[in-house]
Structures are given as structure tokens and as C-alpha cells.
Design a protein around this ligand. Structure first.
Ligand code: SAH
Length: 403
């Protein structure tokens, strides 16, 4: 797949309601028939990886006629021990294992390619069972190791500076596909760097997480569960273009991840142009929703600001940003634009980046410069679009793992 490949389904217009129902394999339609897949001639299979702890317990009752704790056992096998098949679930009665073999599947992405950046960043290209390629990135930073995961194949939001946007939205990822990115990375690390742990997860890969809210919120539930990967909500960040209803829904979850908002402009005129979603949810409305997002003590909102030369990088922009953001407990991540082919933008000069940062700090905003990570392998922010070395002979070392 290349950056220029055409979406097979017309992407949802950015001002349309998010396609919650967009085919999302593994999205339970109801607790009774969760994660069913229908394909002609094959019985519907439940994706065990897409079930939250509570859903697994309900499925044990409703689909298997077993007590709820069987579902909890299944959850521990699938997410705690990352079992590949029901046959491994040795503390389940044989008949339950046999029934699961016929009625269920366990989503698993194939690791198709690993690219290694000179800075230690690694990008894994993963294939879904229907042959879609998605990308996840591992970014080391001192003792921290952050995994950036994807929530959709492509994206519908059409941000003008982003490579993923050029793909359009192909489809939502299912719950199993979202969490399995983390499990593939854990397995990869166990083999490659056994002493390393993934410390943080950011939903900043391909796609708009709040445009696939149901699957994303279930994946959060699973990744944070003590019998699953057991990540603290403080170590998970969901990043959004600013879908206001999605921000409200995320804020209403009993356990909330950190919220990052890609602001990228200090005026509606510029934001309308570079992020068409702004015409639906302009800055004032977006910031109102952000102010209402419930924050725990000592937590703050992250604003991301991609710097585009001559577009949004002036000192006046930083002054306006100060006025907009000062009332919000937040920090500002300044991201110099990462180039990708065909995009009509440029990264500002180091002097312009420095002047913007200084002014933002003078305005009282805690400001951090995000140095591009993994840009030699197109793994940096906004570069995920399934380019391969075939497209770009200069890309980093490429190891093909086809499993
Ligand atoms: N849809 C979500 C998450 C994916 S994008 C969101 O928009 O937040 C992750 C971050 O990369 C966003 O802040 C986005 O503004 C930024 N980004 C996109 N393209 C970029 C590029 N070419 N260079 C630098 N940052 C980019």
C-alpha cells in the first residue's frame, strides 16, 4: 500500500458523525452476540481478544452456559498469558476448550516488517487477517519506552499536513487488533530486548482514536485491566484532532487516560484550512470541551502543535496560543513538521522553532520541543502511511519477518 492508494470505501466526511458502526471486526454489537464475524459458509466466530473482562464473563454464561468465572479465566489466558489458542487454556475443562475451538478465534496480527531507526526507534508493520497493513512504533527515551499504536486503517479527518490522511479511511480497527499491537510489541521486545518494558502507550499512530470510540474505549479497558497488560491509566494517552463529542465521552469514562489534543493553529482561519474538522468544532468549542474534561490532581492536558513554516509558526501565533491555553492546566508539545512526499509544507528553521518556543514559554505555557524520532524510517509523527523501502530506497534497515 502506498501513500497514494485510494480508499476502497468513501471516507466519512470530516463533518459527519463518526462512523461508530463502520465495519470494525470484533466490535460487539451487543453483549449477547459479541465480536461475531459473518462470512458466507463459516459459522460466526467470537474474537476472544476483543472481550473485556466483564464481557468475557457474560459470554461464558450466555454462549457457553458456564459460570462467569470461566470467562474470567479465558480473559486471563488471552490477555495475561497471551494464549494463541483455546488448546493452551489448561485449567479449562476439555469440553469448554473444545467448544471454544469451534466457536471462537483469537485475533493475532502478523509482524510483516520491522524497521529500525538510527535513534533506537522501531516501527513494526503489522498485517490484519484481511491483509491490511497498520503500523506501530516503539520509541525509547531513557528508561521510558513509549509505544505509539494505531486505531484505524488510514484516517478520515484529512489534516493537510499528515501522511496518514492521504490514505483516506479504509476501516476501523477492531478491539482485538488494537490491543494485539501491544502484544506483538511485547513479544518482539521479549525476543529482542528482554530487559525492556513498554512504559507508556499513546494512541497517536494511524487514525483518529475518537472516531472509533467504542473499540478504543474497550481496548483501554483491556489494556488497563489488572489481569490483562495492566497499564496504569496515567501511562496511556489518547490523542485527538478535537472531536468534541468523543472528548466528552472519554471524559465520562470511569477511568480515563490522559488526553492530548492536536491543536496545530492559533486561529480558526488557519485551523479551518489545515484541519477541516475545525469547521465542525471550532477552537472555542473544542477548548470548552477540553476545560470540562475531568483532570486528576497533578494531571494536565497535552496540546500538540505541529509547526509549519510560514503557516502557524510566528511569534504572534505563540502569543495567541498563550491567550487561548493559559486558562487550561496543560503543556504544549511543539512538533516541527516531519516531511513526507507531496506535502506542500516545510519545517521551520531552527531559529523560527526556537523563537516560537521562547514566546510560548514567555506566555506561561510549559513548552516542550518534540525532536523527531524515527524520521529516517518514516516512523515520526504524521509519517505513518505504509511506505516501504520499495517506495523509498533511503529508508532505514528493513527486516522482513513474514510470519
Ligand atoms: N488523530 C490523532 C492521532 C494521530 S496524529 C490526532 O490527530 O491527534 C499524532 C500527531 O501527529 C498529531 O498531533 C498530529 O497533529 C501530528 N502530525 C501529523 N502529521 C504530522 C507531520 N507530518 N509532522 C509532525 N507531526 C504531525
Amino acid at each position: 500500500m502506498s501513500v497514494t492508494s485510494k480508499p476502497e470505501h468513501a471516507p466519512a466526511a470530516p463533518d459527519q458523525a463518526p462512523p461508530e458502526s463502520a465495519e470494525s471486526p470484533g466490535s460487539p454489537a451487543s453483549a449477547k452476540s459479541p465480536n461475531s464475524e459473518k462470512s458466507p459458509g463459516s459459522p460466526k466466530l467470537i474474537d476472544l481478544k476483543a472481550l473485556t473482562y466483564d464481557e468475557a464473563a457474560s459470554v461464558a454464561e450466555s454462549e457457553l452456559g458456564e459460570p462467569r468465572f470461566r470467562g474470567e479465566q479465558i480473559f486471563r489466558w488471552v490477555h495475561g498469558r497471551r494464549a494463541a489458542s483455546p488448546a493452551e487454556m489448561s485449567d479449562l475443562p476439555k469440553r469448554v476448550r473444545a467448544e471454544l475451538e469451534g466457536a471462537a478465534r483469537i485475533e493475532r496480527l502478523a509482524v510483516d516488517q520491522v524497521q529500525r531507526s538510527a535513534d533506537g526507534t522501531r516501527k513494526l508493520r503489522l498485517l490484519t487477517s484481511d491483509g491490511r497493513a497498520i503500523e506501530t512504533v516503539l520509541i525509547p527515551d531513557g528508561d521510558k519506552l513509549t509505544q505509539c499504536i494505531s486505531s484505524q486503517v488510514g484516517c478520515a479527518l484529512d489534516c493537510q499536513f499528515c501522511a496518514t490522511a492521504k490514505m483516506g479511511l479504509l476501516r476501523n480497527l477492531g478491539v482485538g487488533e488494537i490491543v494485539d499491537q501491544v502484544y506483538r510489541a511485547l513479544d518482539f521486545l521479549a525476543a529482542e530486548e528482554p530487559d525492556r518494558r513498554i512504559t507508556n502507550i499513546v494512541y497517536m499512530g494511524m487514525g483518529e482514536p475518537l472516531h472509533n470510540f467504542k473499540a478504543v474505549s474497550r481496548s483501554l479497558d483491556i489494556l488497563m485491566h489488572e489481569h490483562g497488560a495492566n497499564f496504569s491509566h496515567r501511562r496511556i494517552t489518547v490523542s485527538t484532532v478535537g472531536l468534541v463529542p468523543g472528548i466528552r465521552k472519554l471524559g465520562a469514562l470511569p477511568v480515563r487516560p490522559n488526553l492530548a489534543v492536536s491543536l496545530n493553529a492559533s486561529s480558526d482561519a488557519v485551523r479551518d484550512e489545515i484541519m477541516p474538522i475545525n469547521r465542525r468544532f471550532p477552537i472555542a468549542e473544542l477548548l470548552r470541551a477540553v476545560r470540562e474534561f475531568p483532570l486528576e490532581k497533578r494531571r494536565s492536558i497535552t496540546f500538540e502543535y505541529v509547526l509549519l513554516a510560514g503557516k502557524n509558526d510566528s511569534v504572534d501565533d505563540a502569543v495567541r496560543l498563550g491567550k487561548l491555553l493559559r486558562p487550561i492546566r496543560c503543556k504544549l508539545n511543539v512538533i516541527p513538521w516531519n516531511p513526507h512526499p507531496g506535502a506542500p509544507y516545510e519545517r521551520p528553521s531552527p531559529e523560527a522553532i526556537e523563537a516560537f518556543q521562547q514566546e510560548a514559554r514567555r506566555q506561561g505555557l510549559p513548552t516542550y520541543l518534540r525532536t523527531p524520532r524515527g524520521d529516517d524510517i518514516d516512523a515520526a509523527c504524521g509519517q505513518l502511511a505504509n511506505r516501504t523501502r520499495d517506495d523509498d530506497p533511503g529508508a532505514g534497515e528493513l527486516v522482513s519477518l513474514r510470519t
